[in-house]
Design a binder for this molecule. Structure first.
Ligand SMILES: [Zn+2]
Length: 383
């Protein structure tokens, strides 16, 4: 054990050099203690921060090769660092490495943390909003595997550079459909294109938060952002916030979860997945019912609820037949509507729960809140 500790000490003394040059060249990184393997947290932090710095330097180098010298303030950095894991290890420190080289920041929405599964490959995208070019970098997990001696910059697959500003993309639908088919950004094309263009268009904080959690920006999540905006303005929260019950779930749920802090874990969010038959059994006035939102009235007045629908707009976007083009165009159009949620969010019914009844009672298994509200055709809902 003594020799392992000594080796670790010497290794930590050389941490800077090891971190800059090589990935796992320092043999004392892993210290055996009582049969358990441990990792020095500061070593681990420095190493992953260096990975982030290397990604940013590779991206800036790619711009330079194209004759581009983007201003730091024009860069939007997107990554799943912190969510993606490599060999079960956190990649959180990559965020600090990316920020230190690019000058990107959470406060300016120029460092966007895109949700992913821990098993998704670690990726970073650096978008220059002035030129419209984006550099995509993805870690090669086999090179980053524990014990491999690889220069940090060599951990990434070759950088991919594409012009992704909406003006250019919308003018080249067939070429972008092919690029998506070929997964030029490792399957992250839709999320990178929609998020980069939304941030470049000045997406408000609420939209960025929702989009980060949802992992892409689509009209569905835009409807959830608008619904949250509507609630804040026209149905302010009661003490303890809201209870939300989705009676027709779609991408909007992820926006409502994040923006209202109403979550299932806090027993404040319920979701029904109605069948086609369930939906067909709704009365015409409830056919578009999407979400029921509850709040507590003041002075012990019990719960009141509001049944909401979302009216999709006829956007001026042309129907190209390309899902990416149509959604990207609609996304950017909805972004301009964020100040006018009442144009799209419709109230179907206001009601009060009987004394002593909570929204959770109406979200219990076998209870259909629309049936309780008399909004189902008799005998049609069997829930
Ligand atoms: Zn979506």
């Amino acid at each position: 054990m003594k020799s392992a500790r000594g080796l670790k000490k010497r290794c930590l003394g050389r941490v800077a050099l090891c971190g800059i040059l090589l990935w796992m060249a320092c043999p004392g990184l892993w210290a055996a203690d009582g049969g358990e393997t441990t990792v020095d947290p500061s070593w681990e932090y420095e190493r992953w921060k260096r990975v982030g710095e290397a990604a940013a330097e590779l991206a800036l180098g790619s711009f330079e090769k194209m004759g581009l010298r983007p201003r730091k303030g024009d860069l939007v950095v997107m990554t799943n660092a912190g969510y993606a894991e490599v060999d079960g290890r956190s990649t959180q420190a990559v965020l600090d490495g990316l920020a230190s080289v690019t000058g990107s920041s959470r406060g300016r929405h120029s460092l966007v943390e895109v949700h992913s599964a821990p098993w998704a490959p670690l990726w970073c995208a650096v978008y220059d909003r002035s030129s419209g070019w984006n550099v995509y970098l993805e870690l090669d997990p086999s090179r980053a595997a524990a014990g491999k001696e690889t220069a940090v910059a060599g951990l990434f697959r070759p950088a991919v550079m594409e012009r992704i500003d909406s003006e250019h993309v919308l003018a080249h639908p067939s070429s972008w459909d092919l690029k998506i088919k070929n997964k030029v950004f490792g399957g992250n094309e839709f999320r990178i294109l929609t998020i980069a263009n939304a941030v470049a268009a000045g997406a408000p904080t609420a939209a960025v938060r929702a989009v980060e959690f949802h992992d892409h920006y689509c009209p569905g999540v835009a409807s959830g952002i608008l619904m949250a905006q509507y609630l804040k303005a026209h149905f302010p929260p009661g003490e303890g916030g809201y209870f939300v019950h989705a009676v027709k779930p779609w991408c909007k749920e992820d926006a409502l979860l994040v923006l209202l802090n109403a979550t299932p874990g806090k027993r404040a969010y319920a979701v029904d997945y109605p069948t086609k038959e369930d939906e067909a059994g709704r009365l015409p006035e409830a056919s578009e019912a999407a979400t029921i939102v509850y709040r507590l009235q003041k002075d012990g007045g019990g719960w009141e609820g509001r049944v909401l629908a979302f009216s999709w707009a006829e956007t001026p976007c042309p129907k190209t037949g390309s899902a990416l083009m149509d959604k990207l165009c609609a996304d950017l159009w909805y972004l301009k509507q964020m100040e006018h949620p009442e144009r799209y969010v419709k109230v179907l019914k206001d009601f009060r729960l009987p004394d002593g009844v909570s929204p959770r009672d109406w979200a219990a298994p076998g209870v259909d809140p629309l049936k309780m509200l008399g909004l189902m055709q008799t005998g049609k809902s069997e829930k």
